[in-house]
Ligand binder design. Structure first.
Ligand code: AMP
Ligand code: MG
Length: 617
């Protein structure tokens, strides 16, 4: 089979329009649920009070029910004396009536007896035989909640279509509702396609990845007010996908699948709808980045959304296309997205003709807010989950300059980072940063090597630079050393060559090494080359990843801190000593997080923790 060419890309609005032409979303009707189940549901009826709330006038404090007029001249020096003719506990009917000069002891919540119009607090009284002495006058209505004062019989309380909050559950209960009509929740069938996918929880075989989309989409479906039905993982086979679509149409109101939608040779999903009934395929391809390979189809009045396989793309397209549709069906109103302005931290080149949704995280730089693009790509679900929001870049914009003001659409949990750490990865950093995190600082660790770190320091994005260099080598070329950096502390870390084999250096060996641009990379590679000519390298972001490669035998050898090699009990020989330096930007030192960092990095506890790790001093 040949490749499919996307002939006509439509934008998001056009895609929704095309869908609505064939299928209009509408609520499914109402069902009755117990109020225990009502939280988060959408009211399917107007609520009009059928009783007063409170249903009778009652005391709101413990004390004495009185005629206010009998206390009118009472003061500390001129006590009013009233005869106590009885007591009314909460929940008891009031049998007594109060006349001039009398009162009744009353509990909070008890029915106010006839003749009385106020309650005097017990603190403003003292007892003298069968009389009570009152130190303060009270006005009519004081200490009382009058019948119907919260809600009166016949009052309009909540309207249909409103989400039932915890407070509203309380109101419903207070008004005596034990069941309530709510909108029915649409069922949404979800499945993933891809021969490479396996279920989380299973063993990760070679060339397999865990299915992300079924679960992230399932969560979003719930957020849109619907019930997900998980149909599982389907192979890239027309018949299997088709069966899943048919199953989805049978058991749900809407079907969402992901993957298999790009114009690649193995991506056949678009063929699935042929012959299932009209209208069939409606949209194939959307002019958005991420998210081009999106399809929309409908069979009868049920829509089928085919989202891109890349997890980030799938979520973005869900947000733009599926969410609005499902929310009409479920009645759940969209959350209002906060927006704010920030300066883009780096220049960004965008593609003309496609609307781009660029995920960013936020950071305060001096007084201004900056937005830093997250460039993990469409596959980087974890990067996306650390985003604070996104910048929408229109079709006709192909470049945003550094420092240009952009509008950020915020996610609900957005919060700007307090400290950004960059540079070389080292096991020490985790120990230093975890305490800052525990004390509530939002720390972003982006240990992507020295080169990347220097760029972020120079662009004033990052605050803390970790430099790992062989002992005796300069930290950095002095001309490249940003002068605003202060060296906070050095640690020494013994490095070893580790292997699962007897031999470490032999022709054809594969080394796990820090990535190019890391402070130890060049030195490490030169040391290997002096011993063996012919070797391969697998680059890793962290020593844990390097260790994994050895344990899985995908690498024969690795450069590791001694402490990690001993922890896992692999064979090793000494390599060299490295210096791990912590350099911080001067401006940060005067901030709260900077002071905390300084205290932590020079603390006795840190020394103590590190002294227990072999080879670190
Ligand atoms: P596709 O749209 O099937 O061409 O997939 C595009 C990319 O996303 C490939 O790298 C897939 O492995 C990946 N991918 C597809 N579906 C999923 C999924 N459910 N979870 C995680 N990654 C996926
Ligand atoms: Mg696929």
């Amino acid at each position: 089979m040949g490749r499919v060419v996307f002939k006509k890309l439509v934008n998001v609005e056009e895609a929704l329009e095309a869908l609505y032409e064939h299928v209009k979303p509408h609520p499914l009707g109402v069902e009755e649920v117990e109020i225990k189940e009502a939280y988060g549901r959408i009211l399917g009826e107007d609520v009009i009070a059928r009783i007063d709330l409170p249903p009778f006038s009652r005391a709101i404090l413990d004390g004495y029910a009185v005629r206010a007029i009998d206390t009118s001249f009472a003061s500390e020096t001129n006590l009013a004396r009233l005869k106590v003719i009885g007591r009314i506990p909460a929940g008891e009917p009031p049998l007594l009536e109060v006349k001039e000069g009398e009162c009744i002891e009353i509990d909070t919540g008890a029915f106010l007896p006839r003749g009385t119009d106020a309650v005097v607090r017990v603190e403003d009284t003292s007892i003298d035989g069968d009389e009570v002495m009152i130190y303060d006058s009270v006005g009519k209505g004081s200490g009382i909640a009058a019948m119907g004062s919260d809600v009166y019989h016949g009052q309009f309380v909540m309207s249909e279509g409103k989400e039932i909050t915890a407070e509203k559950v309380g109101v419903l209960a207070g008004l005596g509702y034990h069941k309530v009509d709510v909108l029915m929740r649409p069922h949404v069938a979800i499945f993933s396609t891809g021969n490479e996918l396996i279920e989380p929880g299973e063993e990760l075989g070679a060339s397999k990845i865990y299915d992300v989309n079924q679960y992230s989409i399932g969560a979003l479906v719930q957020k849109s007010g619907c019930i997900p039905i998980y149909l599982g993982i389907k192979k890239d086979k027309i018949e299997e996908i088709r069966e899943a679509v048919v199953e989805g149409l049978r058991c749900a109101h809407v079907v969402i699948m992901s993957g298999g939608t790009s114009a690649g040779i193995s991506d056949l999903a678009y063929k699935v709808f042929d012959g299932l009934g009209g209208p069939g395929l409606i949209v194939h391809g959307i002019a958005a980045k991420p998210g081009k390979p999106t399809i929309i189809a409908a069979i009868g009045d049920k829509p089928i959304f085919g989202l891109p396989g890349f997890p980030v793309s799938a979520l973005v397209i869900y947000d733009l296309i599926v969410d609005p549709f499902l929310r009409v069906m479920s009645g759940k109103k969209d959350e209002v997205r906060r927006k704010l302005k920030a300066k883009l931290a780096t220049r960004h080149v965008s593609e003309r003709g496609r609307r781009e949704y660029l995920p960013v995280f936020l950071k305060h730089r001096r007084k201004a807010l900056i937005a830093v693009p997250i460039l993990g790509g469409s596959g980087a679900i974890a990067s996306l989950s650390s985003a604070d929001g996104f910048v929408e870049i229109p079709e006709n914009v192909d470049l945003i300059e550094k420092e240009e003001t952009v509008r950020v659409d915020l996610f609900s949990d957005a919060r700007s980072a307090d400290l950004i750490a960059v540079g070389d990865s080292s096991p020490i950093s985790q120990i230093i940063l975890e305490e800052l995190r525990r004390s509530g600082e939002k720390v972003r660790a982006e240990f992507r090597g020295l080169e990347h770190g220097l760029t972020w320091i120079r662009d004033e994005i990052a605050d803390l630079l970790v430099v790992c260099r062989p002992e005796g080598e300069p930290i950095l070329d002095p001309s490249r050393f940003p002068s605003r950096l202060t060296n906070l502390r050095n640690f020494k870390m013994k490095m070893v060559w580790a292997s699962y084999d007897k031999e470490i250096f032999y022709p054809g060996s594969t080394f796990a090494l820090p990535r190019i641009g890391s402070g130890l990379r060049r030195y490490a590679e030169d040391s290997i080359r002096r011993r063996v000519k012919d070797f391969d390298v697998i680059e890793t972001w962290s020593y844990d990843a390097a260790m994994d490669l050895i344990l899985n035998r995908r690498a024969t050898s690795a450069l590791l801190p001694l402490y990690i090699a001993t922890k896992y009990g692999v064979k090793f020989i000494d390599a060299f000593s490295a210096n791990v330096r912590y350099l911080v930007c001067d401006e940060v030192l005067s901030t709260r997080v900077g002071k905390r960092l300084l205290r932590r990095i020079k603390s006795k506890e840190l020394d103590l923790t590190l002294s227990s790790l072999q080879g670190i001093s």
